[in-house]
Design a protein around this ligand. Structure first.
Ligand code: 5CA
Ligand code: ZN
Length: 411
């Protein structure tokens, strides 16, 4: 699919340090060491409702990674998918009485506008599951050849026991896995399965349900195998970072990794990076619960998208936090202060701030520390609480470029 227009990426006077990120599979910080272009896959939306702050926070987190890599001199190949073939989309389309393809197209278009407004660098590839059907079916065929697939009635399942490394991505125990599997799209209790944790890779057509034509007959692929096929096709094996929210640690990323590892015999991704959950009204913001704050709704009430982005950046990407409107208004004030400071032209020395901001982002995408460094520079430049320091004649333009290139905020 077509992505969205790219924002300008100013070049910085210095190169950023190598990027370290927290890897869920090892539980610690790892240095990314891209060989050739840095390869990033981020799990995108199931397009049955508009982009909410939880999605936006996750996409902004991986946009910081994309920018940190580019600022360190790497080329980046970024893939963000659209899950346009899956149960939640079909269920919503049925409920509201609209064609599922039309619903998906409408919500995907809204996502493009939202993510462009938030100055997220667009992916090089923005694949949907339906347009990727042939390669998903081909991947299921290769898994069959590898002996990792069995049938239950007319449906096909991936056998988790085929992967000796199953469980390594999440590090979870079987008990932990079984506790959430049913709530996260799994069907542990289906009769005929060899292991309750085995996941569906192909669902044969049921009367009244959407189905696609394929070499496997009419039906539709399971969720995990869709991402595995798109990632392997567009990035190849052993790509640098698999990203998404922590709600995807298990089963989604575990299953994707296992399916790929059975075929390639090598790790699926080098690091698994997960963004914390954004809550609202006391619960995880989710389309199924309906406790949502939409990016588009705020945009349409004239909120500056840069204030939305700054609100998200004030939280570390790995923390779980709750959205409140007062954070947005406070970020809007902070943004105004930054704009006032760069408008002075001259300012407090920018060199140390450039280093501090790039170092913070290279150290597990620590946006709150980067934001604090910009705050301190703005306060010194404006003389908040004392004399203004305007000793650096180029500070305004350097800071404008830095805040844009590293944090994605246009001042
Ligand atoms: N289509 C699948 C991934 S293949 C999916 O999870 N779609 S989604 O629409 O539910 O979520 C899209 C992205 O936003 C995923 O990376 C997900 O982990 C993340 N996400 C969803 N809800 C939240 C939330 N409340 N806070 C932070 N991130 C979230
Ligand atoms: Zn995915």
């Amino acid at each position: 699919m077509r992505a969205w227009p790219a924002p300008d990426l100013p070049t910085l006077p210095v190169s950023a340090p190598p990027v370290r990120v927290h890897d869920s599979s090892t539980g610690g910080l790892v240095e990314t060491r891209p060989q050739g272009p840095a390869r990033l896959y981020v799990c995108g939306i199931t397009p049955y409702d508009a982009t909410h702050m939880g999605h936006a926070a996750t996409f902004v987190a991986f946009d910081l990674l994309n920018r940190a890599w580019r600022n360190a001199g790497h080329e980046v190949v970024y893939v963000q998918n659209i899950t346009d073939v899956d149960d939640p989309l079909f269920e919503r389309a049925e409920k509201v009485g609209i064609d599922w393809r039309e619903l998906a197209a409408r919500e995907t278009e809204l996502l493009r506008q939202d993510l462009a407004a938030l100055r997220i660098v667009p992916p090089e590839h923005f694949p949907g599951a339906e347009e990727s059907l042939d390669l998903i079916v081909a991947l299921i065929g290769r898994l069959q050849d590898a002996g990792a697939i069995y049938a239950v009635d007319d449906d096909l399942y991936f056998s988790v026991s085929a992967d000796p490394a199953f469980g390594q991505e999440s590090g979870w125990s079987r008990e932990q896995m079984l506790a959430v599997f049913a709530d996260r799209g799994g069907d542990p209790d289906r009769a005929g399965k060899k292991d309750p944790l085995d996941c569906l890779v192909w669902r044969a057509e049921r009367r009244g349900e959407p189905a696609l034509d394929s070499l496997l007959g009419r039906g539709r692929p399971g969720w995990h195998v869709e991402c595995t096929a798109m990632a392997l096709d567009l990035l190849g094996e052993g790509f640098d970072v698999q990203g998404g929210g922590t709600d995807l640690v298990f089963p989604h990323h575990e299953m994707c990794a296992s399916e790929a590892q059975v075929l390639t015999g090598t790790p699926y991704a080098r690091a698994y990076v997960h963004a914390g959950m954004v809550a609202y009204d006391g619960a995880k913001m989710s389309k199924s619960k309906g406790n949502l704050v939409f990016v588009s709704a705020l945009r349409h009430s004239d909120v500056d998208p840069m204030a939305i982005r700054l609100t998200l950046l004030r939280h570390h990407y790995r923390s779980d936090w709750e959205w409140t409107d007062d954070q947005l208004w406070s970020a809007a004030d902070q943004l105004a202060t930054w704009r006032q400071a760069v408008a002075v032209g001259a300012g407090s020395p920018s060199g140390p701030v450039v280093e501090a901001v790039l170092e913070a982002l290279a150290t597990d995408l620590d946006a709150p520390s980067a934001v604090a460094a910009v705050d301190a520079w703005a306060a010194a430049t404006l003389g908040t609480g004392g004399l203004a320091d305007t000793g650096d004649p180029d500070a305004g333009s350097v800071m404008r470029a830095l805040v844009d290139a590293a944090l994605g905020i246009a001042l």
